[in-house]
Design a protein around this ligand. Structure first.
Ligand SMILES: Nc1ncnc2c1ncn2[C@@H]1O[C@H](COP(=O)(O)OP(=O)(O)OP(=O)(O)O)[C@@H](O)[C@H]1O
Ligand SMILES: [Mg+2]
Length: 251
């Protein structure tokens, strides 16, 4: 579904290339994580996918079409919830639909449905300050769903949460992913989080990077935290950490 073909990119201010002739692809409905040390270019990949940055060379395709010819093909959920404090939860959810010109009564129906799905219908008229960090992330996720795109780009959405809330949110996200059937590209610093959530993990190791190593994560359904205790999964996690740390020591 999503394909990078020989994508070369550097920021105008920088002297160095961030990626050169990068090729990788994500299948429809896949949950893929990107891991790599801070500053290696993870967020930049998402910025390229949603068109905020343009490749110097190469192309990014969705279902075989160049993204330059497409609209509304992906929805971005940033690390911070970015809810407007002066808007109620419903009004916050409406933002992408207002931009698209969805009729008012349809907007309300959609808000009710999605809040029911994420278990926050009781909060429809509340303000962001009335919600916990995890709840705000759920609203932010609901808003990303309402944007109606098939691809969701999630940039470290849980990094600001405490570890217990984070675990709840990871399990919750897996359920939502199964339910909505979206393709998810997820960025995290946390190798365990990547292993727990993903079908496959891409590792960014070199700079500039040409290829990202793709590591497949064995399937298990339903997934619980027991999955992380499986000996093969423990070994896989250690292997990924080693790859990331080796890279750091070389520098
Ligand atoms: N808008 C920009 N203009 C110029 N350089 C940028 C811009 N955004 C990021 N960079 C540089 O590009 C590099 C990669 O940034 P990016 O945000 O993609 O990294 P990251 O892997 O997401 O890092 P982190 O894990 O810390 O979020 C960094 O060296 C950063 O300074
Ligand atoms: Mg980043």
């Amino acid at each position: 579904m999503l394909e990078f073909k020989d994508v070369t990119f550097k920021y105008a201010e920088d002297d160095f290339y961030m990626m050169k002739d990068l090729n990788f692809s994500v299948k429809k409905g896949e949950f893929v994580s990107l891991i790599g040390q801070s500053g290696c270019g993870k967020s930049t990949i998402l910025r390229l996918i949603n068109g905020l940055e343009k490749p110097e060379k190469g192309e990014i395709l969705i279902d075989g079409k160049n993204i330059n010819t497409l609209k509304d093909y992906c929805a971005f959920m940033p690390q911070k919830d970015l809810l407007f404090p002066w808007r109620t939860i419903e009004k916050n959810l409406c933002i992408p639909m207002e931009i698209k010109g969805v009729p008012k009564k349809d907007m309300h129906k959609k808000c009710v449905n999605v809040l029911e799905e994420v278990g926050l219908l009781d909060y429809i008229d509340k303000y962001p300050k009335d919600l916990s960090g995890g709840m705000k992330q759920r609203v932010s996720f609901a808003r990303t769903i309402l944007a109606g795109s098939d691809i969701m780009l999630l940039d470290e959405p849980f990094s600001a949460l405490d570890s217990l809330t984070r675990m709840d949110m990871q399990e919750w996200l897996l359920k939502q992913w199964k339910h909505f059937g979206k393709t998810i590209i997820f960025i995290t610093h946390d190798v365990e989080e990547a292993v727990f959530l993903s079908d496959a993990v891409y590792i960014i190791q070199d700079r500039p990077f040409k290829d990202m190593e793709r590591v497949e994560i064995p399937e298990q359904y339903p997934k619980s935290r027991e999955f992380l205790k499986r000996p093969d999964i423990v070994a896989l996690r250690e292997e990924l950490i080693k790859k990331l740390r080796n890279r750091r020591e070389e520098q």
